[in-house]
Design a protein around this ligand. Structure first.
Ligand code: GAR
Length: 208
């Protein structure tokens, strides 16, 4: 069976990438192959995780590319060269342009650390999301995995998982719990389902 070739775009620690690597190792990503990791920051620890798992890596820096357009063109070239079918944004701290997202309809998946439509969109990323949830005083939060379209955090939702907020939570403790109980579970599940969908669609098209 042909597997969907997956590229993971990262900026930081890469714990969500690690969850995908673990899923692939235990056979829970049976329709996909982690084929490329692209970082937009030098020294992102996610790159070490990829290297340890023998996944090819690339670093694309906006400042070296000179413009947002050139940055995206470089990423697109890497995706083409590596015959990527599915793109996963796993802690990728850059917003992709509408032109970029339109080229990959329902081919880009993002994990966001809140229950969309709460605490999402421009400015809501990483720890800021949990700071905002605590400041608002919500009693439940969680994570969302969704397809990416031209609206930041606005694409079709694939999976969500909730956790209770505790009285003594800090943004850091909440972030850790949301990652451990929500993100690291629903991201691999959603990626496997999307990959299976792509593989089956391709197989059906070939049979026609
Ligand atoms: C994760 O919590 C992810 O949901 C969030 O950044 C963190 C990256 O952690 N992403 C966003 O906020 C995107 N809007 P990781 O590098 O350890 O996977």
């Amino acid at each position: 069976m042909r597997k969907a070739r997956i590229a993971v775009l990262v900026s930081g620690g890469g714990t969500n990438l690690q969850a995908l690597i673990r899923a692939e190792k235990r056979g829970a990503l049976s329709h996909g192959k982690l084929s490329l990791v692209i970082a937009n920051r030098e020294g992102a620890y996610a790159l070490e995780r990829a290297k340890k798992a023998s996944i090819p890596t690339a670093v694309v820096l906006k400042k070296e590319c000179g413009s947002s357009e050139a940055f995206e063109e470089r990423i697109k070239a890497l995706l083409r060269e590596n015959k990527i079918d599915l793109i996963v944004l796993a802690g990728f701290m850059a917003i992709l342009s509408a032109d970029f997202t339109r080229e990959y309809p329902e081919r880009i998946i993002n994990v966001h650390p809140s229950l969309i439509p709460s605490f999402c969109g421009k400015g809501y990323y990483g720890l800021h999301v949990h700071e905002a949830a605590l400041a608002y005083g919500v009693k439940v939060t969680g994570a969302t995995v969704h397809y990416v379209n031209e609206i930041p955090d606005g694409g079709r939702i694939l999976k969500q998982k909730a956790v209770a907020v505790r009285e003594d939570d800090t943004p850091e403790s909440l972030q850790k719990r949301v990652m451990r109980l929500c993100e690291w579970k629903i991201l691999p599940e959603a990626v496997e389902e999307a990959a299976a969908g792509l593989v089956h669609t391709n197989a059906e098209e070939k049979d026609r």
